[in-house]
Ligand binder design. Structure first.
Ligand SMILES: *[C@@H]1O[C@H](CO)[C@@H](O)[C@H](O)[C@H]1NC(C)=O
Length: 309
């Protein structure tokens, strides 16, 4: 019974985290293209309809241009991991050999951005999902047919990704730790100051104990991509071998959450960034020094990620 409920909970969490990225970002954007054929403007490819027949009136269409292109501008840069393209029903071969590029550049109409995928071919009227598992950052999604005169017609372009990661989420949270040394409470590690010198009063500090830990609670679960840690200036070795764990569990003070990174060492007074490209979902960021008696002191912990909604 116990095992079943844990299993169901995990299944529920899986379902929730998967569904939060199923929003088609393209709908929020604006599209443009190299030229216009009839009334089939660029926004027809982001009208929310996959209808693949020309008479359905839901496909974009350029003139017969040399290397025709279509471009979507999202409201802001996202980490894009999937682009789904629905091809025309009547003339599917026109899209053969086109490419998708994603980035923040408008140079060359967007053609200078890094390549996301090559469209070898898409069967008539079908939708194909092109994916880059770690994602690519960009505001612009550029699609172009290379090396020939062609009509570029797209019946739907859907874009899936995460919002950008620039805000230090830790500042919204509350911290706690296994014990207290002096006045160096856990929240000193999220006070917005990287000052690494003990005398500046901006570092957290536990007592000397077995398995000391520090934990941040964010207001809600986020997909965390990056954790930056600033080490003490005077005693940098204390942090050697500490681990960062992220998840939604408070079991064992958070030590049972999946491991995000191991801190081999951070030079005195410096800030190191630990990253997981696909991100890890969690409300709690746990930092612990396993299996030794130690003081745990942290001068700043910064957390970057995206909300799950
Ligand atoms: C496009 O690619 C498909 C699949 O390889 C092929 O059957 C078709 O002949 C190609 N069409 C053109 C116009 O190149």
């Amino acid at each position: 019974m116990m095992k079943l409920s844990v299993f169901l909970l995990m299944l529920l969490m899986e379902t929730c985290s998967a569904s939060t990225y199923q929003e088609n970002l393209a709908i929020q954007g604006k599209a443009t293209q190299s030229s216009l054929y009839w009334t089939a403007d660029a926004d027809k490819a982001i009208d929310g309809s996959r209808v693949p027949t020309w008479v359905g009136g839901s496909c974009s269409h350029t003139a017969n241009d040399l290397e025709p292109w279509w471009r979507l501008a999202l409201p802001k840069t996202h980490k894009v991991f999937s682009v789904k393209i629905t091809n025309r029903n009547e003339v599917p071969g026109r899209l053969n050999g086109s490419e998708i590029r994603i980035g923040d550049s408008l140079v060359n109409n967007g053609a200078d951005n890094p390549r996301f995928a090559v469209i070898t071919s898409i069967p008539a009227g079908e939708t194909v999902d092109f994916q880059v598992p770690n994602g690519m950052d960009g505001r612009y999604v550029y699609i172009s047919i290379l090396g020939r005169k062609e009509y570029l017609s797209l019946c739907e372009v859907e874009v899936y990704g995460y919002p950008p990661t620039e805000e230090n989420l830790a500042l919204q949270g509350k911290a706690t730790q296994s014990s207290l040394y002096g006045a160096a409470d856990a929240n000193k590690a999220i006070d917005g100051s990287r000052a690494p010198v003990w005398a500046d009063g901006s570092c957290s500090h536990t007592a000397n104990e077995l398995d000391p830990w520090w934990r941040l609670a964010l207001p809600k679960t986020h997909k965390v991509f990056s954790v930056k840690i600033t080490n003490r200036n005077e005693v940098p070795d204390r942090l050697n071998g500490a681990e960062i764990r992220i998840g939604d569990s408070l079991v064992n003070n958070g030590a049972d959450n999946p491991r995000f990174a191991v801190i081999t060492s951070i030079p005195a007074g410096e800030t190191a960034e630990f990253e997981v490209a696909d991100g890890m979902d969690g409300r709690y960021v746990y930092i612990g020094i396993p299996e030794r008696h130690e003081w745990l002191t942290l001068c700043e912990v910064e957390v970057f990620g995206s909300a799950l909604d």
